[in-house]
Design a binder for this molecule. Structure first.
Ligand SMILES: [Zn+2]
Length: 214
């Protein structure tokens, strides 16, 4: 099982990645994480990446592909992996395809967790965090309460910046613009599994598992 995981901010992609990863015992590889790791380990590519990032520039594709290659070549990826955060452009998708062929990793599938943008905005905008313990609740869970159910703090609920409507809309727009061409690329090859992300965690993961086994 070689999966690329796609999902707009707010659809619970991270939760689903963890579930799939433990269910199939395959690593969840976030490109942000492996990039940070390469920098920390001071590998050749990590050093190059750091130099570029310190100038405020984006890490170029060939370095990113090199870092991904190093990770996918490890033995724990033999039975599969979930790649998260890559590719973001059609060019990267083409390069990833040749890398996967070179390492003989088998066929990729793209799991696209989609959701209506207005619903995502509503969902996130309806969240409140506790200033004291960081727990997140929906407005309905704490209606009429002034005490945090988790830690007992008084009047500690607030709307996080990340959950504010204009911030969410901006992030959704960036997501839409960067992923559309990648989705199209894999759709042309019939490699996309699309799953509605607005159900409960269990409903979404059931849908994903069902589509993967059919
Ligand atoms: Zn609290």
């Amino acid at each position: 099982m070689r999966l690329l995981l796609f999902g707009a901010p707010g659809v619970g992609k991270g939760t689903q990645a963890k579930l799939i990863s433990s269910k199939f015992n395959i690593p969840h590889i976030s490109t942000g994480d492996i990039l940070r790791q390469a920098v920390k380990d001071k590998t050749e590519l990590g050093k190059k990446a750091q130099e570029i990032m310190s100038r405020g520039e984006l890490v170029p594709d060939d370095i990113m592909i090199g870092i991904i290659k190093y990770r996918l070549d490890k033995s724990d990826c033999k039975n599969g992996f979930i790649l998260d955060g890559f590719p973001r452009t059609e060019k990267q998708a083409i390069e990833l395809d040749s890398l996967v062929a070179e390492l003989n990793l088998g066929e990729l599938k793209l799991v696209n967790i989609f959701a209506d943008e207005e619903e995502i905005v509503k969902r996130l905008n309806n969240r409140r965090a506790c200033r004291n313990c960081g727990s997140i609740f929906s407005v309905s869970e704490i209606e009429g309460k002034d005490t945090c159910p988790k830690c007992g703090a008084k009047n500690s609920f607030y709307l996080r910046d990340d959950d504010k409507e204009e911030v969410i809309r901006k992030r959704l727009e960036v997501f839409r613009n960067t992923t559309e061409s990648v989705l199209r690329y894999y759709q042309k090859q019939n490699k996309v599994i699309s799953v509605n992300g607005l159900g409960s965690v269990e409903e979404v993961s059931d849908q994903i598992l069902k589509s993967l086994s059919s």
